[in-house]
Structure formats: C-alpha cells, structure tokens
Design a binder for this molecule. Structure first.
Ligand code: ADP
Ligand code: MG
Length: 582
C-alpha cells in the first residue's frame, strides 16, 4: 500500500529508473574492488619491493576509480531528473484531486493541511525518490559485497564482523521504531501552524473588530513552540542512535586490529589483508549509516506518503448509474427527507421534509439562520446523501443519477459568493465553460451586474481578486447570480444571494429572472419575507422541519412562524408602529 506512490513513479519512469539502478550497481562494484586491489599492492608489490607489480595494480585502481566516478555522475543526473519530474507529476495529481474533492464537498479536508500536502509532503516524497535512486541499491550491495569479500579475506576475523553487523542492525530497527510516531507528530504540529495562520487570515476583520490580537498571538506562539519541541524530540532519536552505531563499528575495527595482529604474529594473515579488511569494515559502516538514512527518510516519507494517498484516494463524486436525461423541465421534490451532517453532532439539519417544485415554478424557502435552508440546497445537488427519505429530480432519486449530469441540470449560487482571481468575464463564464460574450453579458444584465461592471476601468476584463478590483458584498452576490444564470439549466437555486442587495435592486433581479426565466424552476432561499412573498409557493423552515408550506396569503393565515417573520420585517411599517401612538 505504501508502495503505491513508488509504483506510479516506476510505471512512468521505468527505463531511466532501471538505468540509474544499473549505474549504482556498477558503481558499488567498483568501490568493492578497491580494497582487494590495495591488498594486492601491499602484499605482492610493497612487501616484495616489486615496482612493476605496484604500477600494474595502481593503474588498475585508477581505471576502476575513474569508471566508478563515471557511473556516479550518470546516476546523479538520472536520479535528479526522474525525481523532479515525478515530484511535479505528483503535485499536479494531488492538486487536481483537491479540485475535484472541493467540488464534491462544501466542507473539504482542512485546507491548511491540504496546502502542506501539496508542497511539503510531495517535496518529501520527491526527495526520497531521489535518494532512493542514488543510494537505495548501493547501500545493500556495498554492505553485502563487503561482508562477502571480508569473509573471503579472513574467515577467522569474521566473527567480529558478524557481531558488529548484528549490533548495528538491532540499533537501526530500534531507531526506526522510535522515530516513526515522532515524525508523524511533527507533521501534525506543522499542520496546526498552517491552520492557525489560515484561521487568522479568514477572520482577520473579526480579530480587528474585537481587538483580539493578544489571543491570536498566544495561540500562534503555542502551536509554533509545539513544532519546535516535537522536531527536537524526533531529532533526538537520530542524535542518540547514530553515534551509537559509529561506536559499535569503531569497536569492531579495534577488535579486528587486535585479532588481526594476533593472526599476523602467528603468520596466518598478511598486513595488506588486514588493511583491506579494515577498509571493508568502514565500507560496511558507511553503507549501514546510509541504510539508516534511507530508513529515516522512508519513515518520514511514510507519513507524507499516507497523507498524499489520503488525498488521492479521497471520495470523489459518487457516480450513480450513468442515467443521463434530456428532459428540460426541472421538477424537484423532497419526500420525507431526514438528514444529519456526517461531521455534525447527529441532530438532523433537516427533518422529515417534503415539498415539491414544479417546472417553471418559483419556490421560496424562508426561515431563520440554521433552520436548514442551505442544507436543502446541498441535498438537491447531491453534495450529501439523504439517508432517510428521497430527493427526487424529475421523479428519479438523485442517488441514482450521475452527479455530474444532475449538476448540469441544477445551477446553484451558493450563500457565500466565491470569486476567483481572473477577469470578471472569466468569473461569470465559469458557470458554463465556453459561454459566449453575449450570454455572459445577458446573464450579468439579469443579475443587475452589467451596470457596475461597465463602470469598472476595464469593464468585463477587469481583474478580480488579489491586486485587482475589490467588490462589495452585493456586487459579489450579483456576479455569483450571473454565474449561475449563464449555466442556463432548468433549475436555479439562489441561496440567500440577495441578502446584501437593497430592495430596489433585488426587485429588479427578481423581475429579470421572471422575464428571462422561460420555464426555469427556481428555489429562492432567503431570510426576508419581502423576497419570499412574490414566490408561487413558500416553504417555511424551523429547526430543519417544515413549519408551513403554501402561498403568502395562505401562510399569513395558517403559519405562526411565517406571520412572525413577516410582521417583524414588514409588519413594523404598518400604522400600529407609528411612534406617536396615533
Ligand atoms: P441555514 O442555511 O438555514 O442558515 P444550514 O442549512 O446552513 O442553515 O444549517 C442547518 C444546520 O446544520 C445548522 O444547525 C448547522 O449548524 C448545521 N450544519 C450546516 N452545515 C454543516 C456542516 N457542513 N457540517 C455540520 N453541520 C452543519
Ligand atoms: Mg444558509
């Protein structure tokens, strides 16, 4: 499962990957031959004072060193190229997936954590792939090769060698076990820092308004220190274990020298061989440390890996059966729907709700904040699945429809208008890629946005967002409405999109919708009785349940909640509210 990411890499870069592995292998073999050649120079050349023999082996050594350097260069070039393009691919995949995830969920994974996943975690994996291609094969080959050659040089000295290898391996396993959970903690601490900064930025006005800088600073200080402490804790493992490993190997070298000298005095071994033996021992040390590094990076990468895979495997839009429909009349109905947010406390946001919206009709949904109005919109678009009851589109349960097709049929202007960096035109055309200029302008006209857009310095080509034009809440809402309109779908849902508009502009938008509506079914979510009263039908929600359902006149007579809303907003303008008591 962990290997999934590397399998992706291998699939795409199989050839350069294998070429790098081959280079590493040859390089390791070159390294392995050096001490044996050195032993020959000493034992055959130096000991017997044979200059030609020394020269012969010396040249051999030079050639092999040169070849080794050549292979090392080749694998370095290959590994940086492969790992960097793999990293770029991975970042792209994660980003693309995040886009899809956020499309399917109104409340996606914590975005602070998503950002670290796209940047930090992919960098970690990239670094690991790079390291793996450079040394992954080299370390085991050098280690095993050195052991074999050392044993061949002197089977008797090998007892020391095996003791050292055993000890160091045990240390490696222990350090791996300790560092994994610690590193995972560092990662989550970094996430928290990101989240804190992000929360601050989102609520910066609120922080200013309430003068809560002190609290924010304290909060940041806390999470920030936490990162430092946890990083130290994770470094501790390395700090303690790597000197222990060096110590074990140094003791091994000392022991080999001691036993080597005993054997030498007994005439059972030559000086050159002892030197070569020590040399292999240091190579074993070097490769064992390399292996620990690989494991350390692997352990760190494991956490990153999991976090990336979590995104890549994230639930996308559930497809449903691919039942497309070409019906251009939009009929939406709820049949005894009860729904509680999976992430919520379990209390239903919508309870036993039934209503229906016929083609061409306008249904207003009114109710206080938190009464479940937006939830109705999310359910219509199948952002969440109703577990009890049924949401039907043209008579078919939306669970059985292809979500993509369903969302082509229902356009939503969400409660929170979102603008993206780009031009005004692009922001509106987002509703339907490929929309013509005429369609965009028409939509903007109906949404009463055309006027203020044309007053901008560059009209429809003005840049919005960072460094661009700043829009008021009402202007954002109108652009958001235009975006939904340009989609030109049979059903239109406006979720409290006129809350920031003055009543004159709002009435214009409503009239525009009616005129241009030609058979569109509209759900108008609002908190204002003045907006709701013009609709064909009004659904009154109270705490997720239906408190009333009917026309304005009917509801005034039959629904206490509606009457209360109406009177509190409009009723106050009646004569009985006259200040002088009449
Ligand atoms: P309204 O749009 O009428 O203000 P909502 O439909 O947004 O109300 O919310 C209805 C209830 O569901 C509220 O109690 C709210 O706290 C809860 N709720 C809304 N969105 C979520 C969510 N994403 N996760 C959990 N609970 C939610
Ligand atoms: Mg809402």
């Amino acid at each position: 499962m962990q290997m999934e990411i590397y399998r992706r890499c291998y699939k795409k870069y199989g050839f350069p990957f294998l070429a790098a592995a081959l280079c590493v292998l040859l390089e390791a073999l070159c390294d392995l031959m050096q001490p044996t050649i050195m032993a020959d120079i000493i034992d055959r050349g130096v000991k017997n004072r044979q200059i030609p023999v020394i020269l012969h082996f010396g040249v051999q050594m030079l050639v092999i060193t040169f070849l080794g350097a050549l292979f090392a260069t080749a694998r370095n070039i290959l590994s940086s190229r492969v790992s960097q393009s793999f990293g770029a691919d991975l970042r792209f995949d994660v980003f693309r997936k995040i886009m899809r995830l956020s499309e399917s969920a109104p409340d996606p994974i914590d975005s602070g954590s998503l950002i670290t996943r796209v940047t930090n975690d992919t960098a970690q994996v990239t670094q690991f792939v790079n390291g793996m291609m450079r040394i992954f094969f080299k370390a085991p080959v050098t280690c095993l090769g050195s052991i074999v050659l050392a044993v061949m040089l002197s089977p008797r000295l090998s007892l020391v060698l095996f003791a050292v290898v055993f000890l160091v391996s045990a240390l490696i396993v222990a350090s791996m076990k300790l560092s994994y959970s610690r590193f995972a903690k560092v990662q989550s601490a970094v996430d928290k820092v990101n989240r804190t900064v992000q929360e601050y930025l989102l609520g910066v006005r609120l922080v200013k308004a309430f003068g809560r800088y002190g609290d924010e600073k304290k909060k940041f200080d806390g999470v920030n220190r936490n990162v430092a402490e946890r990083s130290v804790a994770s470094q501790m493992v390395i700090v303690i274990f790597s000197p222990l490993m060096s110590l074990a190997v140094s003791l091994g070298i000392a022991a080999s020298l001691f036993f080597g000298s005993v054997l030498f005095r007994a005439g059972q071994i030559d000086v050159g061989r002892i030197a070569a033996y020590i040399n292999y021992m240091t190579q074993i040390l070097a490769s064992l440390i390399m292996i620990t590094n690989i494991f350390n990076t692997f352990v760190r990468t494991k956490a990153s890996n999991e976090r990336i895979l979590q995104v890549l495997r994230g639930e996308e839009d559930s497809g449903g059966s691919l039942r497309a429909f070409r019906d251009h009349s939009g009929r939406l109905s709820f049949r005894n729907v009860t729904f509680a947010y999976p992430s919520g406390s379990g209390t239903p946001a919508v309870r036993n709700l039934s209503f229906s919206l016929d083609p061409g009709e306008t249904l207003a949904v009114i109710g206080p904040t938190g009464s479940g109005k937006s939830t109705v919109a999310w359910l219509c678009l199948h952002f969440y699945e109703a577990k009890e009851g049924a949401v039907l589109y043209n008579g078919t349960n939306v669970n059985d429809l292809d979500t993509k097709v369903l969302r082509e049929q229902i356009a939503l202007a969400p409660q929170k208008s979102m603008l993206f960096s780009g031009t005004v035109f692009e922001n509106i055309a987002l509703g339907r890629p490929g929309a013509s200029e005429r369609e965009v302008v028409e939509a903007a006209e109906i949404a009463q946005a055309d006027g203020f857009i044309r007053e901008m310095p560059e009209g429809y080509n003005s840049i919005l967002g960072q460094g661009g034009v700043n829009l008021s809440g009402g202007q954002k809402q109108r652009i958001s409405i235009a975006r939904a309109l340009v989609r030109n779908s049979p059903v239109l849902i406006l979720d409290d999109c006129t809350s920031a508009l003055d009543s004159v502009t709002e009435a214009k938008v409503r009239r525009g919708l009616k005129a241009a509506g030609n058979g569109k079914s509209v759900i108008l979510i609002t908190q204002k009785a003045g907006t709701a009263m013009a609709a064909d039908q009004i659904l009154v929600l109270d705490d997720g349940a239906r408190a009333g359902y009917g026309s304005h006149r009917e509801l005034l007579r039959t629904c206490a909640v509606y009457r209360e809303i109406y009177e509190s907003q409009i009723g106050t303008l009646r004569p009985e509210a006259e200040p002088y008591g009449g």
